[in-house]
Design a binder for this molecule. Structure first.
Ligand code: Q46
Ligand code: ZN
Ligand code: ZN
Length: 315
């Protein structure tokens, strides 16, 4: 297979675009497409400060690198959930991020929030004590990550929070929400989520139109050494089953995932889900942390840690 632009050996063939590219042209293509999506969905400008949530996986590290190369003002945030104990999943994730930074001349700043150090418990412990995650701490994890990302963005004066979600992630979420006709969730799925309240950052997904194999190929070409393993709690998640089904469809008919996702975005833009997003009660600052919340005067995050402390002292 030859590069369509220069005729050298291709490193990737994107069947859905009928486009094969060599190393150099592939890196240029990823950068140009990222820039295009940032503009098309009005994600952010070069005057704004971006905080990218990094996990040590290929998508978030590749995103960080592409945004740095495109000269955006971007720093990283890693939330150490304490999964797997010493030298376990979380430690390995942080190791990959530090290694990524060490090999790059650009002076990017990394914020590290260690959950156990700052709040007194790992994610597993917090889920066990609050009995919110019998087998998996994922719902507690989602709540904590959202809060911490907002907190760091707010305190650090960032305008935008970026995550490395790719097309496979977005199509799987869309598939799940469609299977269950979760209209409210469908109404809120988008490449850009505006800030839900004053002082909160808007959330963006600049890689939402890249297939997972495309971000993996980018990481490989650029020598980004990332953590291959998924979080151990992701095993058996329905999103993984949806990804398998969608990838099978993509194999038989290249372009399926993109069509599914872009068709949805068009329908959404045309107002197909208008009125479906539940009207949220007014946001007020939490009396403990100050972060805007719809849950009265104490946010769900502060309530969670209060329960953790209470259960622990009664044990
Ligand atoms: S929610 Fe669950 Fe993920 Fe948190 S505990 Fe792991 S699998 S990391 S996206
Ligand atoms: Zn080429
Ligand atoms: Zn709070």
């Amino acid at each position: 297979m030859r590069c369509k632009k220069c005729g050298r050996a291709a490193v990737i063939n994107m069947r859905q675009y009928k486009l094969a590219l060599c190393e150099t042209h592939y890196v240029g293509w990823i950068q140009a497409q990222t820039e295009r999506y940032i503009h098309e969905y009005q994600m952010f400008s070069r005057d704004e400060r971006v905080l990218v949530a990094v996990s040590g996986g290929k998508d978030s590290l590749a995103l960080w690198e592409v945004l740095l190369d495109l000269q955006y003002q971007v720093d990283g945030l890693y939330i150490d959930l304490g999964i797997g104990g010493d030298a376990g999943y979380s430690d390995q994730s942080l190791g990959k991020i530090r290694q990524f930074l060490a090999g790059r001349p650009t002076a990017a700043r990394l914020h590290v929030i260690d959950l156990e150090e700052e709040y007194g418990a790992t994610i597993t412990e917090a889920a066990r004590l609050t009995r919110r995650g019998k087998a998996k701490p994922c719902s507690v994890c989602g709540l904590i990550k959202r809060h911490v990302m907002n907190r760091v963005a707010r305190q650090g004066g960032y305008d935008v929070l970026a995550t490395g979600h790719n097309l496979d992630d977005e199509a799987a979420v869309l598939f799940g929400n469609t299977m269950q006709w979760q209209i409210g969730y469908l109404a809120r799925q988008a490449p850009v989520l505006p800030a839900s309240a004053e002082g909160l950052a808007r959330k963006v997904k600049p890689f939402c139109r890249f297939h997972e194999r495309e971000t993996a190929a980018y990481a490989l070409v650029r020598g980004i050494d990332y953590l291959y393993e998924e979080c151990p709690y992701a095993v058996g998640a329905s999103s993984i089953r949806y990804k398998i089904v969608l990838s099978e469809m993509e194999r038989n008919s290249p372009g399926t995932k993109l069509q599914f996702y872009l068709g949805f975005l068009r329908a959404r833009k045309a107002g197909a889900f208008e009125g479906a997003a539940e009207t949220r009660p007014e946001m007020r600052p939490c009396r403990m942390c100050g972060q805007p919340t719809t849950a009265g005067d104490q946010c769900a995050f502060c309530r969670l840690w209060e329960t953790v402390d209470a259960r622990r002292s009664s044990q």
